[in-house]
Design a protein around this ligand. Structure first.
Ligand code: PMP
Length: 316
């Protein structure tokens, strides 16, 4: 049960046990606190007519395992173990919808930055997260700017790992955007091509063709991005994963962000240039409706993307 005032849920999964929110602590000397050595996921469970259901749970856990592999983090849990643990944690907290944050960290009490031999701990945390960029942006479109900060070059930080340390880069672009009065930043990659938002992937529509940056453009390979690519193709649109010069943003008919937290958020301006007519476009709106329709169980789950949360899964 969620204590809404405090934003806390009763239970957090900690390496096989459900512990109280207050007891999910790590020591200040933990490796992750000093050196950013965590990897994590962001997943959503939605309320459907048949109860809570988690969207693309197995795909998220697979990406978590990939992040661990990239950073050579020894994992004692399988993707299936963590998927099961997620379902149990949602049920234990009596939640009908949740934002789910699996987090794998190097902890221990070793003070050097070498991660070799440092213990790894895994948590699954839940909370309620409403629209990520705000209702206004979700409905009417976000105002975005192109950041002066770039995404890391391919031989620096691996962006296919969803690593805690990567979000220092995202924080810089987010701070800049917010201080300059924008909802969100769009970053370029180290070659100057469009990469992604500080916490979302990016799509551009022009002449009914749907474009998105390729995996090589310093992006996180988003699960929502993959969902949108598939749904757009099913709707009959040509989808191109290709490098985009910055000016594509200024001549686009439609631009939108995709992400688990942001869902599908239209972009109504980039660097104060209105996108199209400055209102969410028809392809953006159709994809937003289809995505949320499937996630909320209102449109048939023809891809098997939903994992139901049986009430009986609760372990107390
Ligand atoms: N890029 C970044 C930097 C992100 O943080 C996210 C959110 N996890 C995304 C893209 C979108 O990924 P997904 O659709 O898997 O949530």
């Amino acid at each position: 049960m969620q204590d809404r005032a405090a934003g806390r849920t009763a239970k957090i999964w900690r390496d096989g046990n459900l512990v109280n929110w207050e007891d999910a602590n790590i020591h200040v000397i933990s490796h992750v606190a000093h050196y950013g050595s965590g990897v994590f996921e962001g997943i959503r469970a939605y309320e459907t007519p048949a109860g809570a259901a988690v969207f693309r749970l197995q795909d998220h856990m697979r990406r978590l395992m990939d992040s661990c592999r990239i950073y050579r983090m020894p994992m004692k849990w399988t993707a299936e173990d963590l998927a099961q643990a997620t379902v149990e944690t949602i049920a234990a907290n009596d939640m009908t919808a949740a934002y789910i944050r699996p987090l794998v960290m190097r902890t221990g009490e070793q003070m050097g930055f070498s991660p070799i031999g440092v213990p790894v701990e895994t948590f699954i945390i839940l909370w309620n997260w409403d629209t990520y960029l705000g209702h206004e942006a979700f409905e009417n479109g976000a105002d975005a700017c192109v950041s002066s900060w770039r995404r890391p070059a391919p031989d620096t930080f691996p962006t296919m790992a969803k690593a805690s340390g990567n979000y220092l880069n995202s924080q810089l672009s987010k701070i800049e955007a917010r201080q300059d009065g924008y909802h969100e930043a769009i970053t370029l990659d180290s070659f100057g091509y469009v990469s992604e938002g500080s916490g979302e992937n990016l799509f551009v529509v022009r002449d009914r063709v749907v474009y998105t940056s390729p995996i090589s453009a310093g992006i996180l390979h988003g699960i929502t991005r993959d969902t949108i690519i598939r749904l757009a193709r099913e709707m009959g649109h040509e989808v191109r994963e290709q490098n985009m010069p910055r000016e594509m943003l200024y001549i686009a008919d439609e631009v939108f962000f995709s992400g688990t937290a942001a869902e599908i958020t239209p972009v109504r301006s980039v660097d104060k240039v209105p996108v199209g007519n400055g209102k969410p476009g028809p392809i953006t709106q159709a994809l937003q409706a289809e995505y949320l329709g499937i996630a909320k169980g209102q449109v048939p789950d023809r891809h098997g993307w939903l994992t139901p949360v049986p009430v009986a899964a609760a372990v107390r």
